[in-house]
Design a protein around this ligand. Structure first.
Ligand code: ADP
Ligand code: MG
Ligand code: MG
Length: 877
């Protein structure tokens, strides 16, 4: 064959997936190892790509296909289109990456008004022949001409009623004959041309239709979801038919070699007697559990099990197998690695290692780490019936139910009183964080997968559905409207952050616990990896949870989260609104013991491990009330003459202060170390609290290892100044005890200038932690809040960018700055340790990059720790 367009099953093997598609390559492989596969050939993905380039089938493709068909005719001793004893074929889609059910397949091709009689004559079974023919017209009409399946289904129901048949198998030969007539009429009436009687025309139209099905809507959606390239194309497999619909000693089924939900080593599958493959998948009849086959056809069942075992050993993975029995003879029609839940994936990998089929390294490399997070969140009980009212983005996995609350303070109050809460907000801001903390889960109508609500929810392991635009708010009436349904505050609502579904009422959830196999896999990963894995955690309970999941330290404690509870926020506001330094110090003095208390809890939970504490980072106005709300209140009070002069003056002052702190670009404004330099007393208080906590814990015998982290440094002088402040405070608070407290001082590298001047900065730093969220914003020159859900989404949809750089580290841009900073930093200070604490610390591809450029650790949100441990091992392998 001159081109790369056609390959016989006899000639290919499993290694040729890119050219033959998964189905074709595996049909070839099974042929090669001697399994009973009906003969056939594959039209390659290359031909499909030519089809799309030319907008028609490439010249001579169908000639080549006809030539290839001759070999099949020879093997089967039949001829395509022969009215005496016709060869029938299936025309099956089969892409490189498995996309189950997304594209089209046609069975029984080669039947027409003449050959159907031949088939009836040679088999002596008219009923069977016309059953095949009506199936062909149905599938062909649907796939090639786009006739709705419903149209055929209605006729079928009609004919069944006429001849009093309950099931398809009860339909008589005459019934099928009539069906064929009426299907043909229906097809012609709908499309305007008759069902093609020329079998070669059938073949060509079918091949074209399967190529086209690569671009049908569901296939496109599936590809996007699974990051499968759009230009790969599908192969087409032309395979001689075997018939499961030839009576009681025939049948068809699907078999998984292990249980796809649990991974248990049991055969899992279904089968039907007297049926064709589509019947099982399409659910037109209720199949039997596979075990029933042992009673019906014990001999064949035995053969099937042997074939399944052979395939599993051969492919060294759990297989999903399609088979058909034709009059007592078994045929295997497809095998592929079976889709499985996260739980099953882990259980199967570990079992395969123990059975000696794969190595520990292979088990680790096979693990789909993105899926692992599902194992750690409570999830919807699998068999629950659900009243789904809307869908949003699956922003943080897990399921949660609770009473609707529209306000963070109220959520905190009710949760404290023991209620389970779902916080529902248009969006969440840092001010809502206590509400998020108090809630079981969060639902927002705005914001993307990495919106604030999503990030925070993930870091806390709270389920979150974001960007659910169907939710409309009426704060006055304290209700939300979703579609046509109205929900009041206090009504029960559920969210499934794994799928993005919003469900009325409450749903049963099942708690996750780590299976023995999962723990085993993690232990193997720990042996392989070089990167350490830290957690981003702000509260002692988070830290303890993180440690239980394997965190080897805290890489980021955001101290501002400690200021957010209603009670503390008031003091923080007093501190910000203070007119003089003395006043400010008074407020700070009140915060100090609280902050100290937080730190003590963290140190205790992380006994013996590093705790990286970042000094205050966000701009101060984030802690103040919203300006618009204040102005509205002022107007109300004035108009109604309700406020006392005292009250009005106070309000006036507040408004002035909030105006004064207003920034048109807060992301680039007065925040991070800039605050610490302008208001040293704030950082002094934090550092003092930290050292007091350290000292207290040291005396209790806790091994304390604080890393003090200065945010947003862009110039070495900033870090020099603040390091000085920290050292002085250490001296003042700890005195001689300083020597026994192994604290270090370092900085976040999150401003491009810091990366470029890392050598100078490293002279004042013991460690660098790459804050890749800000570094990405500043390197791309776009603010994340303005980009996500807006142009960035468009960019990713239109493939201007391959991925959202806030989710997957942009290694060619932002990554270069990191690499450069590591090199320059270490050259200037060989003791320097390096890590990453942005969202990317929990992303597999980003972790691979971190390993490659020699970082010491990645820090990620609690529930991503196991994922990061395995990704770090994959990076090494
Ligand atoms: P999908 O990818 O949607 O599973 P397939 O190409 O695998 O589509 O085919 C659909 C059904 O038809 C399967 O059950 C398959 O086993 C069956 N089938 C396909 N080709 C043949 C054939 N040559 N003989 C008998 N059954 C077939
Ligand atoms: Mg299939
Ligand atoms: Mg930052």
């Amino acid at each position: 064959m001159k081109s790369n367009w056609i390959s016989h099953f006899r000639h290919g093997d499993a290694g040729m997936k890119a050219l033959l598609g998964g189905k074709g390559a595996n049909l070839a492989e099974m042929t090669r190892i001697g399994l009973p596969v009906p003969p056939g050939f594959t039209i390659t993905t290359e031909a499909c790509r030519s089809f799309y380039a030319l907008n028609r089938l490439p010249d001579s493709l169908m000639d080549d296909a006809r030539a290839a068909l001759q070999a099949v005719e020879l093997a089967r001793g039949q001829q395509f289109g022969d009215a005496g004893d016709p060869l029938l074929v299936s025309v099956r889609s089969g892409s490189v990456h498995s996309m189950p059910g997304m594209m089209d397949t046609i069975l029984n091709l080669g039947l027409n008004d003449d050959t159907v009689q031949g088939l009836a004559a040679v088999t002596g079974d008219e009923r069977f022949a016309y059953d095949c023919y009506r199936r062909l017209i149905h599938m062909f009409g649907n796939v090639v001409f786009g006739v709705e399946s419903d149209a055929f289904e209605r006729i079928l129901a009609d004919v069944k009623a006429q001849c009093g048949a309950q099931e398809d198998q009860d339909v008589t030969a005459d019934g099928f004959r009539e069906l064929v007539q009426r299907y043909k009429q229906c097809l012609e009436a709908t499309v305007g041309t008759p069902f093609p009687q020329d079998v070669h025309v059938q073949l060509q139209l079918a091949v074209e239709a399967v190529f086209r099905s690569w671009n049908n809507h569901r296939a496109q959606v599936y590809r996007k979801l699974h990051h499968i390239p759009d230009d790969e194309g599908t192969a087409v497999n032309i395979q001689s038919m075997v018939f499961g619909n030839r009576g009681a000693d025939s049948g068809t089924g699907v078999l998984f070699t292990r249980h796809p939900s649990t991974g248990a080593r049991v055969l899992f599958g279904e089968y039907l007697t007297d049926a064709q493959g589509e019947d099982v998948v399409a659910g037109t009849r209720t199949p039997q559990p596979i075990a029933k086959m042992e009673d019906d056809m014990p001999h064949l069942y035995e053969q099937l099990i042997q074939a399944a075992e052979q395939l599993e050993r051969h492919y060294r993975d759990m297989q999903d197998i399609e088979f058909t029995v034709e009059r007592g003879k078994l045929f295997i029609l497809q095998t592929r690695a079976g889709k499985r839940t996260a739980q099953a994936a882990v259980a199967i990998s570990v079992a395969l290692v123990k059975e000696g089929l794969i190595t520990v390294q292979e088990a680790l490399l096979r693990t789909d780490v993105a899926q692992l997070e599902h194992l750690l969140h409570p999830s919807l009980a699998p068999d629950a019936t659900l009243d789904v009212v809307a869908s949003g983005l699956p922003a943080s996995p897990g399921a949660a139910s609770g009473r609707i609350v529209l306000d963070a303070d109220e959520a905190e109050r009710l949760a404290a009183a023991g209620e389970r809460i779902i916080l529902v907000r248009p969006e969440t801001t840092p001010e809502d964080i206590h509400g998020v903390l108090a809630a079981e889960g969060v639902l927002t109508s705005r914001g993307g997968m990495t919106s604030h609500a999503a990030v925070v929810a993930r870091s806390m392991g709270k389920p979150c559905v974001s960007g659910c635009e169907d939710v409309c708010f009426d704060f006055g009436q304290k209700l939300i409207v979703i579609g046509t349904q109205t929900f009041r505050e206090g009504d029960l609502l559920s969210i499934d952050g794994t799928s993005g579904r919003v469900i009325a009422g409450s749903v049963p959830v099942v708690e996750a616990d780590m299976s023995a196999e999962f723990l085993q896999l993690l232990e193997w990963a720990d042996r392989e990896r070089e990167l350490r894995v830290y957690a981003n955690a702000d509260a002692p309970e988070d830290a303890a949870k993180a440690r239980a999941l394997g965190a080897e330290g805290i890489g980021l404690c955001r101290t501002e989260h400690m200021f957010m509870s209603t009670h503390r926020l008031q003091i923080v506001q007093d501190m910000i609104l203070a007119e003089t330094e003395t006043e400010r110090r008074k407020a700070l003095a009140k915060l100090l013991p609280m902050q100290q208390d937080d730190f003590e809890g963290l140190f205790e939970a992380m006994d013996g491990l590093t705790v990286t504490i970042r000094l205050l980072d966000p701009p101060l106005h984030e802690f103040l009330p919203n300006l618009e709300e204040l102005v509205v209140r002022q107007t109300q009070l004035t108009v109604q003459g309700a406020g006392t002069p005292e009250e009005l003056r106070e309000l006036e002052r507040l408004i002035g202060k909030v105006r004064g702190l207003h920034e048109s670009n807060p992301m680039l404004g007065q925040r991070g170390c800039r605050l610490g330099i302008l208001f040293p007393e704030i950082y002094e208080m934090q550092v003092e609290a930290l050292f007091l906590a350290a000292s207290r814990m040291l005396r209790k015998g806790v091994r304390v290892q604080p890393d003090i982290m200065v945010p947003l440094v862009g110039h070495a002088a900033e870090l020099r100044l603040l390091r000085d402040l920290i050292e002085r405070t250490a001296e003042r608070v700890l005195g001689p005890e300083r020597r026994s407290c192994a604290y270090r001082v370092g900085t976040m590298i999150e401003v491009p200038r810091a990366a470029l001047t890392a050598g100078q900065i490293a002279e004042h730093a013991d460690f660098f932690s790459f804050g890749t969220n800000d570094l990405t914003q500043m390197t791309f020159g776009c603010s994340r809040d303005d980009a996500e859900g807006k142009f960035l989404t468009h960019y990713v949809d239109r493939r201007v960018l391959a991925a959202n750089p806030f989710q997957v580290l942009d290694t060619t841009g932002v990554g270069q700055l990191i690499e450069l900073a590591v090199k320059r930093g270490i050259a200037a200070n060989p003791q320097l340790t390096t890590g990453i604490c942005g969202e990317h610390g929990g992303d597999r591809d980003s972790i691979l990059f971190c390993h490659e450029i020699g970082l010491d650790y990645v820090s990620c949100s609690t529930y991503r720790i196991p994922l990061a441990r395995i990704a770090a091992a994959q990076a090494k392998l």
